[in-house]
Design a protein around this ligand. Sequence first.
Ligand code: XMP
Length: 511
Amino acid sequence: MVAILDFGSQYTQLIARRVREAGVYCEIFRYDVSIEQLREVAPSALILSGGPASVYGAGAPHASREVLELGLPTLGICYGLQFMAHLLGGKVERAEGGEYGPATVHVTKPVGVFARLAEGDTLGVWMSHGDQLVALPPGFTALGSSPDCAFCAIGNEETKVYGLQFHPEVVHTKFGKEILEAFLFDVAGLHAIWTPASIVEQAVTAVREKVGPEDRVILGLSGGVDSSVAAVLCHEALGDRLTCIFVDNGLLREGEGDAVERMFRQHFHLNLIHVKAADRFLDALAGVSDPEQKRKIIGRVFIEVFEEEARKIPGVKWLVQGTLYPDVIESVSFKGPSAVIKSHHNVGGLPERMQLGLVEPLRELFKDEVRAAGEALKMPREVLYRQPFPGPGMAVRCIGAVSVEKLRVLREADAIFEEEVRAAGLYEELWQSFCVLLPVRTVGVMGDERTYDEVIVLRAVHSTDGMTADWARLPYDLVGRASARIINEVRGVNRVVLDVSSKPPSTIEWE
Ligand code: XMP
């Protein structure tokens, strides 16, 4: 296992992803993790992340000297290099103008982290630093330099401590993968054993160890990637002691309830309770048009319904949640508290209310590892690569008050758009693509008749994490086909428009 100490870099999670992609398990810790805590997890190597601070600045994050004295193979990246060099007797100074963006590094000594490169190789790298190392700590030599930076890569072959002024984890850095792999495999002597099969095996073992042999476990299945993989994984571990509760709130996409039923009950033979609660949700939502109110109502009714169903199962001690690693990482945050933009629908409060223990089989995994685990569990691609869908479902895409008829229009239009996006081969490339129904009607003409009907919006975005998003430049042919089909096939729609706004300042969902 590799321990990554986070000094506040925006790339820390990326380092972890790259290490895991190389087949090595790693975890992220705050820079000030105690020596005891580190000893407990017994890492085989350390990576020190970058960070925005200056090592000599007031309040700069410093790891304890003891951690570096554990004698582990260590790689410092950017601030990590500067901090390590500073601690070991080198000299760091403010660089004139700093170095930001692309730069060229010449390999002068192909050893250690450069072992997979050749002398004279030039690397296009990604730099982002205001300070730089001006004198090496004792025992270190330079492995590479750039016109503006004499010590772009340094190392001490005896102690296996290396440092890079550039970022090997970003895609813009050429040979970044070779450099990280040289550190993991050649320097630290690790092996690539973190594979999808081993991810599943470890998660299954961990669930079995946590849950007592007689205990029953429940899981709220949404049909999304995380809860679906968590369900199949826990079923593998617990068999029939797992019951999945799928609440159909009447706000799902076309055919979704049946698809979940087919997949989990018929294909995977899971114990599935399919609660058809559409009326209850729609009654509670009747006449409510405020977006926050709608979200709160859906969250409340979901908890009520879920609790009622769960109470019917005797001997339940545990609730499964599909928490992922990015939600768990207690990284250094230099940001202040953020305002509530939308109250997300989640079941965070359930375990305490129901006095259940929590089982989180995906807690150590990134999203791509969840998908890889799903593939190892032979789950179909449609489930693993389904676009994200918000808990409040179609309610936040049906602007204003929701009704059965409005949901019908939206659902039919959305199914057509999805079909066309899939036919164009763009479904998996897009972060999300869906329809929104506006609370306005406009005039149109069909045959010789005047119409006064609904407006559908096509919304499609590219994003990597949902935090920011760019509107997708869909081919006009696709937009045209989707529009023509929606207007012709969905009763009650006479106009289709395209949303061309990015996040920020817009959000992905309209409510
Ligand atoms: P926004 O609309 O805030 O959405 O740009 C960012 C991402 O979050 C999804 N989303 C939700 N997911 N429960 C969820 O599980 C929610 O209440 C919720 N609201 C928005 C949204 O689809 C997008 O991917």
